[in-house]
Design a protein around this ligand. Structure first.
Ligand SMILES: Nc1ncnc2c1ncn2[C@@H]1O[C@H](COP(=O)(O)OP(=O)(O)OP(=O)(O)O)[C@@H](O)[C@H]1O
Ligand SMILES: [Mg+2]
Length: 252
């Protein structure tokens, strides 16, 4: 019997004003378990704000967010992480003076809810778990490198490792391939895709590179001026006249 997938994330008329500017306007969307959903749209369309509203890094002016059928609107961001929804940390939120290992270790400690102790019980405290997580992003050999001295691409991998330490059911990524060379961008996306399959994770990602979007997304949502313009399959989006005019400039 084929499995009937559930809606894991739902927003209902999610809206956010910044002063007079309606950055996100009545956005209602549904994402199914294990789906990979891309959000595209021009600069300033409201994509980042939408993700921040979903994880309550920015509080909505109005509207609702449901995770696994439960209303999580206005839940504390850390409780949302605990429930299994994580947005990748920005690179600036890494601890730049600590090693790769120590950065992931802090995330593992947070997941366990322990009080962070700068004098850990033993040198091997959590070691296996941290090494396991580093293995997911192929960074075990870099464990002693200083986070702030890594290449930008490796900092992105470390960001993802930190998020994986939280064992998310749904991973929200804001331009995971931005600022890295094209091939490295593809490598990062390939890695995310493999991890998503292995751990049955749902992915919601913002991306400007249309090759990546069309390669990896099951469905694409298009935003413009705060509004959700359309959600559809990659083929339909590629051929959608409105999308071509508004965003793709008729170039595809
Ligand atoms: N904290 C803020 N205060 C005031 N205005 C904001 C704030 N954050 C975002 N905005 C505005 O809200 C609108 C949507 O911004 P947002 O960053 O969500 O767009 P985006 O689609 O992610 O764009 P980009 O593709 O450039 O990342 C923009 O006009 C932006 O200037
Ligand atoms: Mg953005």
């Amino acid at each position: 019997m084929s499995r009937n997938p559930n809606v894991i994330l739902k927003t209902e008329k999610l809206t956010r004003y910044f002063g007079a500017l309606k950055a996100v306007s009545d956005v209602s969307l549904e994402i199914m378990e294990e789906e990979t959903r891309a959000i595209i749209g021009p600069n300033g369309a409201g994509k980042t704000t939408l993700l921040d509203l979903i994880v309550n890094r920015t509080s909505p002016t109005s509207g609702k967010v449901y995770f696994n059928g439960k209303d999580i609107t206005n839940n504390k961001p850390f409780n949302i992480v605990r429930k299994g929804m994580c947005k990748t940390f920005q690179v600036s939120e890494l601890f730049p003076l600590l090693t790769v290992f120590e950065n992931v270790k802090i995330a593992c400690i947070q997941k366990k809810g322990d009080v962070f102790n700068i004098f850990p019980k033993s040198h091997n405290y959590l070691r296996d778990e941290v090494m396991n997580v580093l293995g997911y992003v192929n960074m075990q050999h870099m464990k002693d490198e200083i986070a702030g001295e890594l290449s930008y691409g490796d900092q992105k991998r470390l960001e993802i490792a930190i998020t994986l330490a939280m064992q998310p059911k749904i991973l929200l990524l804001d331009e995971p391939t931005a600022g890295v060379a094209r091939q490295e961008g593809y490598d990062i996306m390939e890695m995310i895709n493999k991890l998503a399959q292995e751990f049955h994770m749902t992915i919601l990602f913002i991306e400007h590179d249309m090759d990546i979007v069309f390669n990896y997304a099951d469905k694409i949502s298009v935003m413009n001026e705060g509004e959700l313009v359309v959600t559809d399959t990659p083929e339909k989006i590629r051929n959608n006249e409105f999308v071509q005019n508004v965003y793709l400039g008729g170039a595809l």
